[in-house]
Design a protein around this ligand. Structure first.
Ligand code: F6P
Length: 529
């Protein structure tokens, strides 16, 4: 049976395993599903990799026998990788469903690739977070980091992927993830012209005017790198459209765009531009809720709230997440609604993030200061309005999502935002979700949430009040709608859609070959001036 003949609603893991019998799935992302760190008692412990890519991919890969290539982020990762036979670790170790492999760039090149380019240039670019009158300044250090760090680590990934392709007789299917690996397909393609490659962008993709802020040579690398893939996946139609427009403007790459088929032609290749919103595996999440640690954190949140309402946020301490405006909105709400004093707690359940960068350290400090200031101003002996916990701790976040009365998700901009989706399926109290209209998830959840403009703290304060005072009937209806919307789309389906898209490309190629249909010549170079 062909993958594209199976119904995504009824497809079973057995059918997928059957389909993958003669295929070798290779996934690559900067951060892998597991990270090893030395615990204070000297033992080495495995921690779940943080973030959306890990959440979605680790469940999608169940029983695929895939290999997942990522960078070794700790000394222990690198050591374990070298000591393990064939340098691959089974996941989970007791009964492997897929394999993890680490690449180990040198520390300077990793720092250039991750901190200078991925986190300080590409991430803010893709989230419209440039402070253009002051930052970033693209100087020689940045150009050098592009060449010696970003290109280099993308090449290292490509080398490892090519090695894996040659290690198996099965047909390889390569799935690249995110802005860290925008150039990787280009380096694979040079050696493997026919291999099927899919890239998924987990962040937004910006409009062409904004992309133009990236220097021409980098923009050219980036678009050429992306166009070496067979299929490009984005979270929303809108981001996919932005990408098509970036290619159409043609001043960085010579390409032609067919908006109707959503295809970009570049040289002798065609790249399909698709959108499939990422989701979560709600069944796996529900299994996590049964863990003892989750039960303990749940009890702690209940003890903290007592008979008060629990307003929750769960986020990395990350500028795009808009944590400070969340606190400002809460402060505004307390000022306007003294009747709510001592009746609500705002639990900020946060993860430390990218602390190598001054901007992230400053943000963490500001979040701490503002939380304390609100507690000083409004708190009393028996009540701290803001509860703040910044720790890498997944069970604690799951517990908070089970127990919220209101969940605040107000990013300035977010590719998707899986917290809103996790909250929708986990919550046990008919909690209300306040969601920024600038989160990708808003496209799916708009009828089941209270929308907010992320910059408008007055509106967000009103939304908090509205969420806390909604009738029980309304809360139930919204929570049900949110839950059902999320449950209708799993991370497994998200991944199947990508496999299906690659299969369609393969078929077209076969047909073209059979009919010996030549590629029509490229239309005239489209320059936008
Ligand atoms: O949003 C895309 C994403 O890859 C998330 O999965 C992750 O939270 C983030 O970007 C990357 O974070 P980090 O730099 O901590 O790996």
């Amino acid at each position: 049976m062909e993958l594209d003949e199976l119904d995504l609603e009824t497809i079973t893991p057995r059918q997928v395993r059957q389909y993958l019998k003669d295929k070798y799935v290779i996934v690559a992302s900067n951060r892998g599903p597991v990270e090893f760190r030395r615990a204070p008692d000297g033992s080495i412990k495995a921690y779940r990799g943080a973030g959306g890519v890990v959440t979605a991919m680790s469940t999608a890969l169940t029983a695929t026998d895939a290999v997942w290539i990522s960078t070794a982020r700790t000394r222990e990762d690198a050591r374990i990788a070298h000591e393990t036979s064939h340098q691959r670790l089974g996941m989970p170790p007791e009964r492997p469903q897929y394999w993890v492999k680490y690449i180990t760039p040198e520390s300077t090149e990793y720092q250039q690739y991750y901190n200078v380019i991925s986190n300080s240039l590409l991430w803010p670019l893709q989230h419209y977070l440039f402070d253009v009158t002051r930052k970033p300044t693209v100087d020689e250090t940045v150009h050098e980091a592009w060449v010696n760090g970003y290109r280099k680590v993308n090449r290292l990934f490509a080398d490892e992927i090519v090695k894996e392709i040659h290690s198996s007789d099965k047909k390889p299917l390569v799935f690249l993830q995110d802005y860290h690996l925008f150039l990787c397909a280009h380096y694979i393609r040079r050696r493997e012209p026919d291999v099927l490659i899919h890239h998924f962008t987990h962040s937004p993709w910006v409009q062409s005017d904004y992309l133009r802020l990236l220097p021409q040579a980098m923009r050219r690398d980036l678009l050429q790198g992306m166009l070496a893939n067979d299929v490009l996946g984005f979270h929303t139609y809108h981001y996919a459209n932005n990408f098509l427009h970036c290619c159409r403007e043609g001043e960085a790459v010579r390409a032609s765009v067919d908006f109707k088929r959503r295809v970009v032609r570049h040289g002798e290749r065609e790249t399909y531009v698709r959108h499939y919103p990422i989701s979560i595996d709600h069944e796996a999440l529900e299994r996590i809720t049964k863990r003892q640690e989750v039960a303990e954190y749940r009890a702690r949140f209940l003890a903290l709230a007592q008979d008060r309402k629990l307003l929750v946020r769960v986020d990395r301490v990350e500028p795009s997440k808009n944590i400070l405006r969340g606190l400002q909105a809460f402060e505004h709400f307390l000022r306007r609604h003294p009747e709510w004093h001592n009746r609500v707690i705002f639990a900020n359940v946060l993860y430390p993030s990218r602390l190598e960068l001054a901007e992230y350290r400053d943000l963490k400090r500001q979040v701490e200061e503002l939380s304390h200031a609100i507690n000083r101003e409004y708190g009393s002996l028996e009540w701290d309005p803001v509860y703040l916990d910044i720790e890498d701790n997944y069970p604690r976040s799951v517990a908070a999502l089970l127990e919220f009365d209101v969940l605040l998700v107000n990013p300035v901009i977010d590719g998707m935002n899986l917290v809103s989706k996790e909250g929708a399926v986990l919550n046990t109290r008919d909690g209300v979700i306040i969601l920024s209209v600038a989160a990708g998830a808003y496209q799916e959840l708009r009828n089941a949430v209270i929308p907010v403009n992320p910059l408008d703290v007055a509106e967000t304060a009103n939304a908090i009040h509205r969420a806390l005072t909604l009738s029980e009937r309304k809360r139930k209806a919204m929570a049900k709608a949110a839950r059902e919307t999320v449950q209708a789309n799993t991370s497994f389906k998200w991944f199947l859609r990508q496999m299906r898209a690659l299969r369609l490309v393969e078929r077209q190629r076969e047909e073209r070959r059979r009919e010996k249909e030549p590629f029509p010549p490229l239309p005239r170079y489209e320059s936008f001036d």
